[in-house]
Design a protein around this ligand. Structure first.
Ligand SMILES: Cc1ncc(COP(=O)(O)O)c(C=O)c1O
Length: 460
């Protein structure tokens, strides 16, 4: 990015937090050690990987003490803000008292937290099983659905991401994540209802209807006609913040139930107030799932996930021994309970609605100015900006997306990336960001998009 006079650069809102001086190994040493010993599949963002050593609410600090506005929150995870004082205090207290004993013994936080979590869900979703990650939650949900129905076939949605363990990888629908090894036994993928890259023509509502019809065809043509489950993210996260018009999920649930399937809502990204208008993504469609899987925002940054369902659906799991070592770990339970309280006490869902709306309006203003933006999607603080080289052909602007991220990082803004083609800027910050932070982000993006568009060849 060319040198710009400091005065013209966007100024990040002030922050009183001062990071502790970093005195650990250098970034270069850490990078070399990681490259030498860590699995090469684990990648970093940025040409010069960033080393983050401290966090404070919506801000992160690198090893030099430089502050960044975090618009990706550990991938939609640190919803309450980095090192939120209440979560930190509760976890610290628990760590000093008891770190692990397993569910073979009673501990008071597990049932207390379970009760409070279930209060956030429709009444008949009355049974929870805590696990450690979103992948595990989806794996367990599919196991329970198959046991309950006695059936094998599961319908997922194209462009979905449900995790990386074998069952979840089978549900995931991106060739970029799927290894050429066996997975996804009995899984079939229905058309993604998002209108931007839909194989169908028409209004978003017509596309939603045709996508639901495709789902019915899929069941009729590829299964026995009776299925175990239909699983969908109300808004696809890794897929680039994609979703169907109102009406899609209602119809999809109807089709799944007509064919005997349980409906699973993967709320790993959309849960816990992130979408602003609702606490859960499924509420936007007025549907009630049979199972809800959750992770990320549930734990305020700690490894925690859960599957919630009705007792009758959970019961068949008890026909054999089922055990998960870290499930219900007291430190995770303390973190989850604290995060649940913080989301309400700090008004984070409402902040996601208000600041998210403000941010989306700013992004739409940028779309009116920068042809590199194909579409702005999302709600609350789950937003996506799809970059294309040509608005008619929708050729994905994937290298430009990387350049925008690099330029934004140079200006103090951290973004995420997603979509099948890697051409969607993903914005999923801690839910505590302010309007001023949002304004700063828009200024940075404006500058970054201007710089990057200047680099695009005229034909593009
Ligand atoms: C919607 C969704 N489901 C499941 C997962 C898997 O979660 P985890 O990485 O905790 O296994 C993710 C992770 O990004 C996700 O976005």
């Amino acid at each position: 990015m060319p040198e710009l006079a400091t005065a013209t650069l966007p100024q990040m809102p002030a922050c009183a937090h001062r990071p502790r001086p970093y005195d650990g190994p250098s970034r270069e040493e850490v990078l070399a050690q990681r490259r030498a010993h860590y699995n090469p599949a684990v990648f970093t963002y940025y040409r010069e990987p960033l080393m983050i050593v401290e966090g404070h609410m919506q801000y992160l600090f690198d090893d030099t003490g430089r502050r960044y506005l975090d618009l990706i929150a550990g991938i939609a995870t640190v919803s309450c803000g980095h090192c939120h004082p209440k979560i930190t205090a509760r976890v610290t207290e628990q760590i000093a008292r008891l770190q692990h004993a397993t569910t073979l013994y009673l501990h008071p936080t597990l049932p207390r937290y379970a009760e409070k979590l279930l209060d956030k869900l429709p009444d008949d979703l009355d049974t929870v099983y805590f696990v450690n990650s979103g992948s595990e939650a989806n794996d367990l949900a599919i196991t329970m659905a198959r046991l309950y129905t006695g059936r094998r076939d599961v319908i997922a949605v194209r462009n979905a991401y449900h995790g990386g363990v074998a069952t979840a990888l089978g549900l995931t629908s991106h060739h970029t994540w799927k290894y050429p090894i066996p997975h996804g036994e009995g899984v079939h993928h229905a058309v993604c209802p998002d209108p931007y890259r839909s194989p169908f023509d028409g209004t978003p509502e017509q596309i939603a209807e045709k996508s639901a019809e495709d789902l019915a065809d899929l069941v009729r043509f590829t299964t026995s006609g009776r299925i175990a489950a239909y699983i969908a993210e109300p808004i696809q996260g890794v897929g680039g913040t994609t979703y169907g018009a109102p009406g899609y999920l209602e119809r999809a649930y109807q089709v799944a139930r007509e064919h005997g399937g349980l409906c699973i809502s993967d709320e790993v990204q959309t849960g816990f107030g992130r979408t602003g208008d609702h606490y859960w993504g499924f509420e936007r469609s007025g549907v009630v799932p049979d199972m809800v899987t959750m992770a990320k925002g549930i734990g305020g940054g700690f490894p925690l996930a859960a599957v919630v369902t009705r007792r009758e659906i959970a019961e068949p799991l008890a026909q054999r021994i089922h055990f998960n070592t870290y499930a219900g770990n007291p430190v995770s339970m303390a973190a989850g309970l604290a995060a649940l309280e913080v989301i309400d006490e700090d008004g984070l869902q409402e902040n996601a609605r208000a600041v998210g709306g403000h941010l989306k309006a700013g992004l739409e203003r940028l779309a009116a100015k920068h042809t590199l933006i194909g579409v702005v999607r999302g709600m609350g603080l789950m937003l996506g900006v799809e970059l294309v080289r040509d608005r008619l052909t929708k050729e994905p602007a994937n290298t430009e997306t990387i350049e925008v991220m690099e330029a934004a990082r140079g200006l103090g803004l951290l973004l995420g990336k997603g979509g099948l083609y890697g051409n969607v800027l993903r914005i999923k910050p801690p839910l505590c960001i302010s309007r001023e932070d949002a304004d700063f982000a828009i200024e940075v993006l404006d500058l970054a998009l201007s710089e990057v568009s200047g680099q695009v060849p005229p034909s593009a």
